[in-house]
Design a protein around this ligand. Structure first.
Ligand code: NG1
Ligand code: ZN
Length: 530
């Protein structure tokens, strides 16, 4: 019966045309776009099975985020808007790599093993970024979904977080919001405006900001958002899609190069924002009077947000456990500040938002950000209930009431499913506005240690294995001792190496007290790899 069910999936157009082994990594499948067509077809098939298995709508996003134009990728989104469950990542890898002749038997095997009722309905919500290869890859995925009679809602050009949002809204019958792009813009803009009130500016805070959209799909979203945010936030849009995607612009470029992106005017002390190619990462920056570049990255956003929540919890008198999750890439300056000044518990986990998300679930309110600007805040349902009920308490002081109402409302400004550059940006803008801070005030909270990231090409990056949230190198044997020896020569030095999950390289991270030493430290550690 099962093999009958799969008999229509044979489609020579989507036969595997190369032998390259491909793996579902931290960000789904990601590689050169011209070898991905069969993978997309198969992921269309798999999305239908996942939907039947979960009895819910599944998301399928085509993007390679901050990678350059020739790359592309695909990730599946689970029913609550979260990343695909780990055991299905393995299934996805197996399915992407089987020979064409074995495809039907593998699908049959998956259905049996996962106990999937093949007569159940299936719904897949698809979206894509602006890459030239995305329409062809989308057609391959749609062909796969149709081959198994899955229902399709194609959102067209969307940011990754918008797709996650529509998936969760669809599966919660609208309880999280209206499952449309209009629903997304309207939900965020409405609460943003209501928290802000009628005053656009406050003390040092002004409502003007420069936004670099990486020439990606985020530019389309920002243009639409500008209509909804009119009168509250004045966004000047650059890298709006007319130039090359992620080329010398976007959040990853700005974070790693620690420099201004192309096209943003160098105006002194003006707040600037960069998002990445699929708008799930955001970083802030500015140039000072001496034309010096200042970066306020994911660590800065995390600390700003955690401090704000801590203040609201304290003022409102609500007792909930707030925690912050980082990776080894978090600047040592931020970790010291969180632990010693904010006194908020901080955890360190391996790279990849799924690890951060999972850890953040352990707190009532979990704030998590990668240093590169990918992150969000999540709330336990019980925490939301406590906040809502507290807001109804008639015995609160004015200050308690105001803080509780803000806490209750700000939840709606946050895309809890996944890091969302635009929602995160609105949250930062809300906090800066509430505090009456310009970007310089924000930066004053703590000092970042000078830091540097390098990419090293090696024959086989997987010979490097790590433990302790990637901060300790297990193999090659002896490498960690060498790193320790090098690091010990630098005041407040720290460095680690790990294989990238998205590129065929090893990443080297280094930080130390003296900015004049940091490149030397990073280069010395990189040289240990040869
Ligand atoms: P890799 O290539 O595994 O380092 C990069 C980012 C991750 C995450 C993924 C997915 C750094 C150092 N690494 O992973 O944080 O965002 O891409 O996009 O920024
Ligand atoms: Zn991204």
């Amino acid at each position: 019966m099962e093999s009958n069910y799969f008999q229509n999936i044979v489609n020579v157009e989507y036969n595997r045309k190369n032998d390259k082994y491909i793996e579902y990594g931290t960000a789904g499948f990601r590689t050169k776009s011209d070898i991905l067509e069969h993978v997309l077809y198969r992921m269309g098939l798999l999305a239908v099975l996942r939907s039947k298995a979960k009895r819910a709508a599944i998301g399928l996003m085509i993007t390679a985020s901050h990678n350059l134009e020739p790359d592309n990728g695909i990730k599946l989104v689970d029913p609550a808007g979260e990343m695909l469950e780990a055991s299905w990542e393995t299934i996805a890898t197996i399915l992407a790599n089987v020979q064409d002749n074995d495809l039907i038997s593998m699908l049959t095997h998956i259905s049996t093993k996962e106990n999937i009722d093949l007569s159940a309905p299936a719904m897949v919500i698809t979206g894509r970024d602006t890459r030239k290869s995305s329409p062809v890859l989308l057609n391959a995925a749609l062909a796969g979904i149709r081959a198994l009679n899955g229902n399709i809602t194609d959102l067209g050009l969307v940011t990754t977080p918008q797709l996650h949002y529509v998936v969760v809204c669809t599966n919660t019958s609208g309880a999280y919001g209206d499952p449309t792009l209009q629903g997304y813009y309207s939900k965020l803009a409405t609460v943003f405006k209501s928290i802000r009130g009628t005053e656009k500016n406050n003390k040092k805070y002004t409502s003007v900001l420069q936004l670099d959209a990486a020439n990606g799909v985020g530019a389309i979203a920002v243009k639409e958002f500008q209509r909804y945010l009119k009168g509250a936030l004045d966004i000047n849009l650059f890298n709006d899609g007319s130039g090359d995607l992620n080329h010398m612009c976007g959040a990853d470029y700005v974070k790693v190069q620690q420099t201004m992106p192309l096209n943003i005017p160098s105006e002194t002390n003006v707040r600037c924002v960069s998002i990445d190619g699929d708008a799930d990462r955001v970083v802030y920056f500015y140039v000072d009077e001496d034309n010096k570049f200042h970066l306020l990255d994911g660590d800065r956003i995390a600390t700003l947000v955690a401090a704000y929540f801590k203040e609201l919890l304290t003022t409102s008198g609500i007792s909930l456990q707030l925690g912050l999750v980082q990776t080894a890439y978090a600047n040592g300056g931020s970790t010291d500040y969180i632990s010693n000044v904010l006194e908020v518990p901080v955890a360190c986990v391996p790279t990849g938002v799924k690890h951060l998300h999972k850890k953040a679930l352990e707190f009532d309110i979990g704030v998590y950000f990668e240093a590169n600007g990918h992150g969000t805040v999540i709330f336990k349902d019980t925490a939301k209930e406590i906040i809502k009920n507290h807001a109804k308490n008639e015995n609160l002081s004015e200050a308690q009431k105001a803080a509780t109402t803000k806490l209750r409302d700000v939840i709606d400004l946050i895309n809890e499913t996944v890091g969302d550059a635009l929602s995160d940006m609105l949250l930062v803008e809300t906090i800066l506005h509430a505090k009456g801070w310009d970007i310089i005030e924000w930066e004053k909270s703590y000092n970042d240690l000078p830091n540097k990231q390098l990419k090293v090409s090696v024959k086989d990056r997987n010979i490097i294995t790590t433990k302790n949230a990637e901060r300790y190198c297990l193999t090659p044997v002896g490498l960690q001792e060498e790193i320790d020896k090098t690091v010990s020569k630098y005041s407040r030095g720290r460095s680690f190496v790990r294989p990238s999950g998205t590129e065929d390289i090893v990443r080297v991270y280094a930080e130390c007290e003296n900015s004049s030493d940091v490149c030397k430290l990073a280069t010395e550690v990189a040289s240990l790899m040869y």
